[in-house]
Structure formats: structure tokens, C-alpha cells
Design a protein around this ligand. Structure first.
Ligand SMILES: C[S@@+](CC[C@H](N)C(=O)[O-])C[C@H]1O[C@@H](n2cnc3c(N)ncnc32)[C@H](O)[C@@H]1O
Length: 230
């Protein structure tokens, strides 16, 4: 059960209201998924671990108890930002998602859960060009390799803001490849947290970076980023 999983791995007691919201989130996701493909993870046990717990683990990297502006790039069906918002309703969440079917699901979910967040139908790198230095925290799960998502997301951060990157077993390779991106975007690695998800559900390396200075000229157009990665 989610309550036990969260208590065990996050030492956090979910309130009845939070449990009800997660139940409703799960039901809404699974029933919408019957006509619109959003996720392959549909059993309750898998959703609890691979979606809800995995998202909430990010709260261990940095305290989220302030009204931070948080941007979740490519959130798909709402991960990791919606579980974080359920437990930290003080957050001011903006989701930037490029696929309309996922945007429509998120707007439906917003009504069903009666949560306050913004959904923008746009590519993250385009949104970033028009919203430089506006967020305290930027995150993205399964959106792309680290150096690419850093170029998408770091320009959105205020100086002093944090970039949170949940990564898998290839994290070291991605970190090595991202050296130049981290240098050019003035990002310093602050911490990392390694987690084995329960029930052999996979390995996680959650990475936390802080922005030291704003670098102008980023993000570059997508075609340039792909042709000449930082
Ligand atoms: C693999 S899914 C991951 C979804 C979610 N973050 C998760 O972990 O379950 C990647 C998502 O990013 C979206 N996406 C891909 N490229 C994007 C971009 N440039 N800007 C915004 N969203 C993007 C896709 O539509 C998709 O919903």
C-alpha cells in the first residue's frame, strides 16, 4: 500500500486527504489510459512505486516546503510534479508538455483532483526562450539525456535555483557527457541520492545542481542542440 511504501522510504506519513488524492490520481490515469495511451505502468503496485514513490523521492534532495516556482518539462501524465504537488501544495507548478493528448489529460486531472497548477502546451526549449530566469526549481523525468535537458531547463532557472534530474543506471555516462554543458551553463553539482526502488523496480540516481550565474544565448534552437550538443 502507498501509505506504507511512503512511510518506509520517505519517513513521511501521508494524510488521509493525500491518500485520497493518490487513489483518485491512479483511477483517473488508468481509466483515461484505456482510450488514450499515457503510460505502460497500470497495476496499482507498479504505479505506487514507479510513479508515486519515484516522484516523491525527489523531495529528499531539497526541502520543498516553500512557495517555490517549479517547472516540470515533459511531465507526460504528470510525473514527477503532480505527486510532489499533492504532498507540497505550496509549490507553484508549471508543466510544459509538447503532446496535446497529454496536455488534455493533465487539464482533466487538474479538474478531477482540484489542484492548482498551470499546463502549457509547448516544447520546453521554446518555452524557455521566453521565460528566462523565472523558476526556483526545474525538473524533468525521462525527457532526454542530461546535457540536453540541462540546455532546455537551466535558462529557466533564476540564479541560485536548482535543477533536479532523476536518472537511471547510465547516470555516470550522462554526467561525463554533460561536463561541458554544466560548465557553460554555470551549474554546480550539489548532491546526489542513490535509490533501489522496492520490488526490484529499478535503480535511481537523483541528481541536484545549482545555478551560479546566468549564461545568455541558451537554449539554442533544437536543431543546433542536436547537431552540436554542449
Ligand atoms: C518518456 S515521457 C516521460 C513523461 C514523464 N516525465 C514521466 O516520467 O512519466 C516524455 C514526455 O516528454 C514530452 N516531450 C518530449 N519532448 C518534449 C519537449 N521538447 N518539450 C516538452 N515536452 C516534451 C513527451 O510528449 C512525453 O510526454
Amino acid at each position: 500500500m502507498l501509505k506504507e511504501i511512503i512511510l518506509k522510504h520517505l519517513n513521511k506519513e501521508l494524510s488521509n486527504q493525500e491518500v485520497e488524492l493518490f487513489d483518485l490520481y491512479y483511477e483517473t490515469l488508468v481509466s483515461y489510459n484505456e482510450h488514450t495511451n499515457l503510460t505502460r505502468i497500470t497495476s496499482r503496485q507498479d504505479a505506487d512505486i514507479k510513479h508515486f514513490l519515484d516522484s516523491l523521492l525527489l523531495s529528499k534532495l531539497y526541502p520543498l516546503d516553500q512557495p517555490y516556482r517549479l517547472c516540470d518539462m515533459g511531465a507526460g501524465a504528470g510525473f514527477p510534479s503532480i505527486p510532489l504537488l499533492i504532498c507540497y501544495p505550496n509549490l507553484r507548478v508549471v508543466i510544459v508538455e509538447s503532446q496535446i493528448k497529454r496536455v488534455n489529460f493533465l487539464l482533466h486531472l487538474k479538474k478531477v483532483l482540484n489542484l492548482d497548477f498551470e499546463v502549457v502546451h509547448e516544447r520546453a526549449e521554446v518555452y524557455a526562450q521566453n521565460h528566462l530566469e523565472t523558476f526556483d526549481i526545474v525538473t524533468a523525468r525521462a525527457l532526454g539525456e542530461l546535457r540536453l535537458i540541462l540546455e532546455f531547463g537551466v535558462p529557466l532557472l533564476k540564479v541560485g535555483g536548482y535543477f533536479i534530474a532523476p536518472k537511471g543506471s547510465k547516470y555516470q555516462e550522462e554526467l561525463d557527457q554533460a561536463k561541458e554543458a554544466l560548465r557553460k551553463l554555470h551549474m554546480k553539482q550539489i548532491s546526489s541520492m542513490e535509490v533501489e526502488l522496492p520490488d526490484e523496480s529499478g535503480f535511481r540516481m537523483n541528481l541536484l545542481f545549482q545555478k551560479e550565474k546566468h549564461a545568455s544565448g541558451y537554449p539554442r534552437p533544437y536543431a543546433v542542440m542536436i547537431k552540436k550538443p554542449l
